[in-house]
Design a protein around this ligand. Sequence first.
Ligand code: CTP
Length: 224
Amino acid sequence: MRILITAGPTREAIDPVRFLSNRSSGKMGYALARVAVRRGHVVTLISGPVALRPPPKVSFVAVTTADEMLAAVKRYLSQCDALIMAAAVADWRPRRVSAQKIKKATGYRLLCLEPTPDILKQLRSKKGRRVFIGFAAETERLLTGARRKLAEKGLDLVVANDVSRRDAGFEVDTNRVTLLEAGGGVRVLPLMTKMKVAARILDWLEAPARRGCASGAAGGRVGA
Ligand code: CTP
């Protein structure tokens, strides 16, 4: 399959030296890209700024902001059979970016924020037969939040990720997730390495039903 994967955080500038972002390390998305390539898939990895090297044999696209990530996903979506949005897109950005470094003495009395584009929601109408997989990063009511995202973002699978624990979620090499399918199926996975979580997500994607569904989504040959 041709798989488009996003990873890492986005950064939204406040001024030339400061930004808003989040704790995403990119490890989960990079693990997905690494395992997918090893299994013979054709992978494009769109990544926000992280301290990781792109895995070998991956087409790599570096972005910084949510707008840039949206533009890159739009650009490569038509060539893929499945989209896995593992990126932690920053949800807000300053309404105005200061051209100059804001001086400490001036300070911020108020930082006005506006929402960034929701990439999955914007691309929902272009999904066609492609398989869309999203992540739900939650610190409370994990399954409720994940089910809402599954429906609102038109996903086939959501990876519910409790990011409130130290051994799972942001920055660490392990993760504890639950896979929720649009059809109602639920798979609770134990704590495992992000490479193993990636393998389980790809097992799900490679199931014959999904392969049939995504087959030809990009208007061409599909084969793992
Ligand atoms: N996502 C996206 N565009 C955004 C924010 C998130 O496409 N602007 C994607 C993420 O890559 C992920 C899914 O949507 O696959 C859920 O992201 P998450 O951060 O868990 O949720 P939010 O949509 O930001 O909602 P909330 O802030 O209410 O948790």
